[in-house]
Design a protein. Structure first.
Length: 713
């Protein structure tokens, strides 16, 4: 009994030493509470409490300078006599880009520490009741809601140094250690037209490995937040080129600029005085770019956009040939629910497997320093040649020239009107999924630009997940239909019409093959084109003879027919070998990169050409395109070749430049990445005197382009 009493007394004393549990307050968007760093506060000391925020996925709150929208968290304290609260110690924010805006804020979970001055006459054993009215501006991509919560905390007072709070102390202490603070840095800001040159010196900035340098101003309107911040290294520090904001452009640069200089080695608060640039901050090369911050919120947004982009990808022109194959497959199995479900899941597996392979290859190549992006495989003439031959083979299969995986008995029973289709069963559906991803590579649907751009700067597991969400979106319509008995019953029952349908659906495959041959010719030149055409002819002959042999065996023809069939099979093998030889030689042929097919007079793009044209005060319109990009070609035919756009170019005196990515070009890949893109198309309009271009949508209209050029002028 005595031992039990001792245990209870010890437990009571232990509980008395802990701070009272803070009450968590909630809305639909955020949960918040007031938590202490230490288990108690000593009289005459500075305690630290923090406003802890748990933010729902898809929502975020803001830093002291919210950027282009939103508002910072505001705290209104109610404290006992003699107790005083200091200013928020702001952790380094995330950069939250939303289309043409840039915000600074927090997602997922964040602690905002606040120092609390405890009076010297606070009695040990007493409890200080702290209360704060916290106003959070909580925003998503579509809306903002001001959430006001009253948070309370009973903070105990005891003598002696207090240990860290078990639940939150270590996290708050780490935030205080890493939060930006004044350092031994000297900063100067110089206005150069519409640009601001920020030069900073200090020993902490002389490391050659310094990267991911970014300036967060304390006040809005000082700089153009979404604009890039290119920089240079020097022997004594670094410099950043900032685009001036509204406040500077309208009122001038009349006072120092304060903010946070963030780098891969740490972050410091700086005050840049107005004056000439500091010596030793340039001349040692460009600053290396680091990975942009990627929180859970950014990942979830990228995954959602990837899913939507994948669904929309089904409507893009480059996927039409695969829609033909999927239509044929659905028609064949519509009235066999078990087979339809199997085909749907196999198609999904093929899509996801191929996206996984592409994602791993893309991430691995970029990690090795290669400048590659979405659709990189189509920059290889060998891959284009192989796809052209594959499309031809699929078309011949749908036309009934030969059959893959056909059972002899089934053919004999069905005759020429039998089931001439794709690979049998789940294997055929899986192969269709693989092919869908391969031919979808030239297309970038709306929402894909942000998703893929964000994925390529995320950690590898997050990036792979975004790519898989893109694949899920691409496969979703087909899978949804295959798993819906009610929709499948609406398909007409199998009959002779299916063979006619497959014959019709072969022609989109032939069209895709011709398009790929044209792309190959633009990449590899006339000599290689002749080799590819020879290979295509031999492949067609080989498959025709293979189909003849299949028919002979299925009909049981023997004797001389068997001998002829054996000879024909050897000829077919030679034909296939010849096609492979043509494919193997094609990439080594001389290349002849194709340019854009716009009627506008154009010049080749280069960073130097853009700078030269802008130095002359001219509007610059840059078209990042590729011959294998179907969306690019549609835009060039429907919008860029129009009289309205041609007139706008002539009226404004704009320089039209084409950045052709048909073949691999590392400079173009880096420029795409700099604008958050992993593939084409990309359209930039530079107005005179501004380094930050206007990014046009991926789907153009003549009016949109003309308006952008006129606005820039």
């Amino acid at each position: 009994m005595r031992s039990l009493s001792a245990v209870l007394i010890g437990l009571f004393l232990w509980l008395a030493a802990l701070p009272a549990d803070a009450q968590v307050q909630r809305t639909e968007r955020i949960a918040a509470e007031l938590v202490p760093m230490s288990q108690w506060a000593a009289p005459g000391s500075t305690a630290v409490v923090a406003v802890r925020q748990d933010i729902e996925p898809g929502w975020h709150t803001y830093w002291r300078n919210p950027g282009d929208s939103g508002g910072p968290t505001e705290l209104d304290w109610t404290l006992p006599g003699g107790v005083e609260a200091g200013e928020i110690v702001w952790p380094l924010p995330e950069r939250q880009r939303l289309q043409s805006l840039m915000n600074y804020g927090y997602s997922d979970q964040v602690y905002l520490p606040v120092p609390i001055e405890i009076p010297a006459d606070a009695a040990p054993g007493s409890v200080l009741s702290l209360s704060v009215d916290a106003l959070f501006m909580v925003c998503s991509d579509q809306m903002c809601v001001p959430d006001q919560l009253t948070l309370t905390l009973d903070l105990r007072v005891n003598d002696g140094e207090a240990p860290l709070n078990r639940a939150h102390g270590a996290v708050i202490a780490r935030i205080l250690e890493t939060a930006p603070r004044p350092g031994d840095l000297t900063a100067r800001v110089t206005r150069q037209g519409e640009e601001l040159l920020l030069s900073v010196t200090g020993e902490a900035l002389t490391d050659e490995g310094l990267s991911d340098v970014y300036f967060f101003p304390f006040e809005g309107g000082v700089i153009d937040h979404p604009a890039d911040q290119p920089g240079e290294r020097g022997t004594n520090g670094l410099s950043l080129s900032l685009t001036a904001g509204r406040a500077i452009l309208t009122g001038g640069l009349n006072s120092p600029i304060a903010g946070v200089l963030s780098t891969s080695r740490g972050a410091w608060e700086i005050i840049a005085e107005v004056g000439e640039p500091l010596a030793g901050t340039t001349g040692e090369g460009a600053l290396a770019e680091g990975a942009a911050p990627t929180g859970v919120g950014v990942f979830l947004q990228a995954a959602l956009f990837a899913l939507i982009g994948g669904v929309i990808l089904n409507l893009m022109p480059c996927v039409f040939p695969i829609l033909a194959m999927k239509a044929a497959a659905l028609s064949a199995s519509a009235h066999e629910p078990g087979e339809a479900r199997r085909d749907g899941l196999a198609f999904l597996a093929g899509v996801l497997t191929t996206f996984l392979i592409l994602a791993v290859a893309l991430i691995t190549l970029r990690a090795a320093g290669e400048a590659v992006g979405w659709g990189f495989q189509l920059q290889s003439p060998g891959v284009i040649a192989g796809l052209a031959l594959l499309m031809l083979a699929v078309g011949l299969n749908l036309s009934g020239v030969f059959n893959v995986g056909m059972a002899a008995q089934g053919f004999a029973e069905g005759g020429a009107g039998g089931r001439l289709s794709r690979l049998p069963g789940g294997a055929g559906a899986f192969f269709t999924g693989v092919l869908a991803v391969v031919v979808a590579a030239p297309c970038t649907a709306p929402f894909m630009a942000f998703a893929l751009g964000a994925a390529l700067i995320m950690p590898a597991p997050m990036a792979v997940a975004v790519f898989l969400m893109l694949g899920l979106g691409l496969a979703l319509p087909y899978v949804a239909v295959s798993l819906s008995p009610g929709l499948l019953k609406r398909f007409p029952r199998p009959g002779p019409w299916m063979d006619r349908l497959k014959g019709v659906l072969a022609f989109p495959m032939y069209g895709a093959a011709l398009w790929l041959v044209w792309v190959f010719a633009r990449q590899a030149g006339a000599e290689s084109l002749a080799l590819l055409m020879t290979g295509a002819l031999m492949l067609a002959l080989g498959l025709f003879l293979w189909g003849w042999r299949q028919a002979a065996r299925a009909e049981g023809r023997g004797g001389a027919a068997s001998t002829v069939a054996a000879v024909l099979s050897m000829v077919a093998a030679v034909g296939l070998t010849g096609a492979g030889a043509s494919l193997a030689r094609a990439p080594d042929a001389p290349g002849a990169m194709g340019g854009g097919d716009s009627a506008l007079s154009s010049t080749p793009w280069s960073p130097e050409a853009v700078q030269a044209a802008r130095a002359e005060g001219r509007v610059v319109f840059v078209n990042f395109t590729a011959d294998w990009c179907v969306t690019c070609k549609i835009n060039e035919r429907a919008a860029l070749a129009s009289d309205r756009v041609r007139s706008a170019v002539e009226t404004t005196g704009a320089v039209y430049m084409i950045a052709d990515w048909t073949l691999r070009d590392d400079a173009i890949a880096r420029e795409l990445e700099r604008h958050g893109r992993s593939g084409v198309p990309l359209y930039l309009v530079y107005r005179p005197g501004s380094d930050a271009p206007r990014i046009l949508p991926q789907l153009l209209t003549p009016g949109l382009v003309a308006e952008a050029l006129n606005d820039a002028a």
